[in-house]
Design a protein around this ligand. Structure first.
Ligand code: HEC
Length: 168
């Protein structure tokens, strides 16, 4: 009898510990995206994050496509399709726009994948237009990159960075 009580008490205490551990984890898990221009919150509908990888990014602020060969290949294609090459060069080495290789960036936050996502999605005040879907082309809300596509572009851009991945 006594043994049973001890087991129950132990179970209860472990459950409490589990709740205590998971609650703060969940609360801090959500990635709060902000504009590069002024740090104001980015209002992107949750259902725009329509792949498991995009959802994971929204939960963790980490880019799951880093080092994924298929994704980086697609990212390079998108970099060409969206004319990033015209301003940043075919290898993102810089042209009229800055090099994207890092580790030093015009906006320091672009050393992180969260920061670079925010810059590509919402643009800057200095000549980099917003490329996010619904923002890029005011005449067509369907035009522009999805969050998943932005993550693939960032993953390709990071293949040029030898010392960091942006997920640090
Ligand atoms: C019309 C030219 C142009 C195009 C097209 C363009 N950019 Fe840019 N981009 C710029 C300029 C200019 C800057 C510098 C912005 C500033 O100083 O505020 C910049 C800045 C950036 C930065 C921040 C770099 C840093 O050092 O902080 C990133 C990341 C970036 N662009 C990614 C992209 C991607 C990805 C695309 C394609 C989807 C793209 N850009 C398309 C001109 C362009």
């Amino acid at each position: 009898m006594l043994g049973n009580k001890v087991v129950k008490a132990t179970l209860f205490v472990s459950m409490l510990a589990l709740v205590g551990l998971t609650l703060p984890l969940q609360a801090s898990a959500e990635c709060k995206l902000v504009a590069t221009q002024d740090g104001s919150p980015l209002d992107i509908k949750a259902d725009a994050f329509d792949t498991p990888e995009a959802k994971q990014f929204l939960d963790t602020c980490k880019n799951p496509y880093i080092g994924n060969e298929a994704a980086t290949k697609r990212g390079q294609k998108l970099f060409q399709l969206y004319s990033c090459t015209a301003c940043h060069g075919g290898q993102a080495e810089g042209a009229v726009g800055p090099s994207l290789h890092g580790p030093n960036f015009k906006y320091a936050k672009n050393a992180t994948n969260k920061g670079m996502f925010e810059t590509i999605w919402h643009g800057t005040n200095g000549g980099m237009g917003a490329k996010g879907k619904g923002l890029m082309d005011p005449s067509d809300p369907e035009n522009g990159l999805t969050p998943d596509e932005v993550l693939k572009i960032v993953a390709w851009v990071r293949t040029h960075s030898k010392t960091f991945t942006g997920n640090e």
